[in-house]
Ligand binder design. Sequence first.
Ligand code: GLN
Ligand code: ZN
Length: 771
Amino acid sequence: MIKTHILGFPRMGEQRELKTALERHWRGELDTDALEAQAATLRARHWTLQRNAGLDHVTVGDFALYDHVANLIQLLGCEPARFGFTGRETPLQRYFAMARGTAAHVHADGCGCGTAPGEGVPALEMTKWFDTNYHYLVPEFDGATQFSLNAERLLAEVDEAIALPASPKVALLGPVSFLYLGKSKQEGFDRLVLLKRLLPAYEQLLTRLAARGVTWVQLDEPILGLDLPPAWADALRLAYARLGVVGQPLLLATYFSPLAGNLDLACELAVAGLHVDAVRAPGELLAVAMKLPQDRELSVGIVDGRNIWRSDLDQALGQLRKVQALRGGRLWVAPSCSLLHVPFSLRDDKALDTELQGWLAGAVEKLDELRVLKRALWGDEASVARELAEARVAHAARAVSPRVRNGTVAARVKALPADADRRRSPFAARRAAQRQRLRLPAFPTTTIGSFPQTPAIRAARAAFKRGQLPEGDYRQAMQREIELAVRKQEALGLDVLVHGEAERNDMVEYFGEQLSGFAFTANGWVQSYGSRCVKPPVLFGDVSRPQAMTVDWTVFAQRLTSKPMKGMLTGPITILQWSFVRDDQPRADTALQIALAIRDEVADLEAAGIAVIQIDEPAIREGLPLRRADWGAYLAWATRAFRVAASPVRDDTQIHTHMCYSEFNDILPEIAAMDADVITIETSRSDMELLRGFGDFRYPNEIGPGVYDIHSPRVPDAAEMLRLLQKAAAVIPPELLWVNPDCGLKTRGWPETEAALQQMVQAAQTLRRQL
Ligand code: GLN
Ligand code: ZN
């Protein structure tokens, strides 16, 4: 029997109903029952779609009101003690407290939450789910962590699915990945020792699910795609030796990355089935099909769960038939990973023309691809001949479409000189030229680019996009905002100014909208975390820049002041990383095309008299492949793309870059090789600890370590920032230091922004006097 299933489905709903409901609930406008009812409606709707597409099981357990890892923390009864729950809260109150933090709470006697009276408890930390843009809530472990099963919510969802009626397969993160993805909160504590405490909870859960009539449980162990320390590999052996004998058939799932050295391990674990990602690791598929014992089910993730391209069904069938030949009937067909990472549907998206729609597939369209593949594998190709033919036509059309290929771009890439990624002189010579031109004080002050995106700015843009505000009026409104930002910066006494990015909706979308090769959806939302969704651009064709994108705004701003105005661009890797990227050429090639477009913008800014240009690359770290063996190749093309963008300029033009969200210490040589004259990084939340790596490495160029956290409305005082700067000056040569916030200020309001920057400038002035 060939079966179809999915590893998970997007939760938000076709119209982001869950987002709306959650945000209303948090504002106190929707009560708990109504929120739960909305969630149940969405689950039923999504299961119905799965059932109607002929999937053999609907997936239960992938739904979450905030995050599936947070669900598991509650399911396994390991809510961190620091939240100080009294036992009087409902499970949902505790859940949202962990996800969002609590406002100043009243301390119960000995609640042990560790915060001062009147202070809230911070939320669980959030971090990126492998190499996706989805953020999960990080479980916290210490020696006192205990587990106890709270299965009510999950069992109720199982019952809902059975009542539909549908056959549920429960999907959960497996115990070893759960521990791995968590964080030890105690110095020197090895969270792996918790496995023995954790397994009984999973065993009980599996027993209860089996009793409920669940025939399959999918346990995700995506850490099989990482370079695993031996102790963690042993933990997988131990865990599945125990869970495999409970009597509940288990499907072990891995995705996002080749199994590589873990292939034997994955095939030997005592489970009833194994799911592998045949999109990210097509080269391993047949090895797995041969290695996996014949009494196991093999689930082949052949439909891309991470990208939005319509499948090449002929090619997929070819691969699946080879597996079928090796394994007889025991074959499941699936998307490569959970469909959480793709939009609900793209078929009738209002912003896409029909040609593009025909090339794309959202989650609903991917369900239909599974239906077609199953029919064809059953030998019933005739019944899906029309669908197969349509897919074939769409693929052929995309391959030859003039919208995808641009001969000029190809010729330019081909003719690109080998040294196109080199500045004319080494840093020391550039530095001298820049000092001459810019005449900045020691510890120069600047900001990262954006200033508050006020409701007025957003309203003006919305009206302009709806066609209710004429373009001229919109431009004038934005120019007034730019002027306001310049005046405020001058009054504050900042040294290198920015125009404030008022005209930008989003740092990737703004550029994508002006570059050729990008398309935008009206409703292609993907969950980022909690109720937050992003709508990544679709990068479908060769990239080129029909005209300058930022020069007018930047020159307008420069004319308002005699201080240097920093031109502000998004780098090629960040644009690549935050878009759905074409799958018909290597990412490296696409990155280089974007780099050339940004390079032209850099050159135009310089020609217009702009002396300082920042190219933001906050996403360079998150693009790292999951396996270290692949890092070198990625970093080589990624840093080259940055340099290609940054290098057309004279020595006395100063190139900045900015990075945030992550640790950089393991890629410092590559960051240094980007050769930006100045790098600004997020460091304040780590109390400058992140900077120590730069110091130890003797990072050669100038650095602006963020001196205050922009994620909070709190205004730090000058003394606090001075302390951070002194700490920085102890590890970095003071003459290389800049003074700036952690990141852009667009989510802040003006009052706190001005107050904090005033303190920041004061801290820099004090430091200059101490020098
Ligand atoms: N220049 C951008 C801004 O200030 C940088 C944003 C980012 O690093 N994420 O908003
Ligand atoms: Zn940033």
